[in-house]
Design a protein around this ligand. Structure first.
Ligand code: SAH
Length: 252
């Protein structure tokens, strides 16, 4: 395995050889007190645009750290275009869902308020923090885009015409997800859609089933919790149509 720095951080600024990157209080605390790093120690950086760069700590204090950017470790490369539209669940499973969906390579996370959604207050900043942390740890080169919670009807009104929806349906007619994906092939960008703890209600299912973009798929005979269903569907998509044929880069 290639020797990689222990620390890997997402930053907003541009990355290029000779540039310096400034980290705020939380990241400085993480470097100095969680990882116990000091000036001179290596850190990997990514910003979602310029690939991954090797940097080293130049100065570090309580409120900020300055990193000197040395050389590029990996170029930016295309990543799967897969959205997750999900009815938000309560706070603890929500953080879990955001982190795990990020690890599974979603490109956008869209919380959709359905008729039976119980949790209505969804903090975007908290979700963004979960996504950044997971992206740092799993060696992604991007952080998924996170949208504000929006009523499902509005999400569907503004839906891009070419993006297909895998509607996870625990009842009614639905093809087994893997068979469906293998038969349909790539055919455009995709999104996974999962319902809340109580499921979609009939008017929502009627609306969804009218849309030509929607394909109902099944995830087996058991009723999964909403977060399990979302992660299972993302994993199936990645295995059949996504990037699971690739190995982690920079490893031997
Ligand atoms: N309708 C149930 C449970 C909803 S489960 C109830 O009344 O309590 C929450 C969500 O997970 C569902 O809306 C669906 O999107 C997804 N889901 C759960 N089990 C599933 C399965 N076996 N196949 C497909 N989707 C499933």
């Amino acid at each position: 395995m290639t020797d990689r720095p222990r620390a890997r951080l997402f930053i907003e600024g541009d990355l290029a050889g000779g540039a310096s990157a400034v980290c705020g209080r939380d990241q400085a605390h993480y470097l100095a007190h969680v990882l116990r790093l000091a000036p001179g120690d290596p850190v990997a950086l990514f910003n979602g645009r310029d690939g991954e760069w090797l940097a080293h700590i130049d100065r570090i204090g309580k409120k900020s750290a300055v990193l000197a950017v040395d050389r590029r470790l990996r170029p930016q490369s295309p990543e799967p275009d897969l959205w997750l539209v999900f009815a938000p669940v309560k706070r603890a499973p929500l953080g879990f869902l955001i982190s795990k969906a990020t690890e599974l390579g979603v490109s956008a996370l869209i919380p959709a308020i359905t008729r039976r959604t119980i949790v209505e207050r969804v903090k975007r900043e908290r979700m963004a923090a979960n996504a950044i942390e997971a992206a740092e740890q799993c060696e992604r080169l991007t952080v998924p885009r996170i949208e504000d919670a929006t009523p499902l009807s509005r999400v569907l009104e503004n839906w891009p015409v070419d993006r297909r929806i895998l509607l996870c349906a625990e009842a009614g007619e639905a093809a087994p997800i893997n068979e469906f994906l293998r038969e349909s092939g790539p055919g455009g960008p995709w999104a996974v859609l999962t319902g809340p703890e109580g499921g979609f209600d009939q008017t929502e299912l009627d609306l969804l089933n009218k849309s030509p973009n929607v394909n109902a798929v099944g995830l087996g005979p058991r009723i999964l919790r909403a977060d399990t269903a979302a992660l299972a569907a993302l994993a199936c998509w990645q295995a059949v149509l996504g990037d699971w044929r690739n190995r982690p880069s920079g490893r031997t």
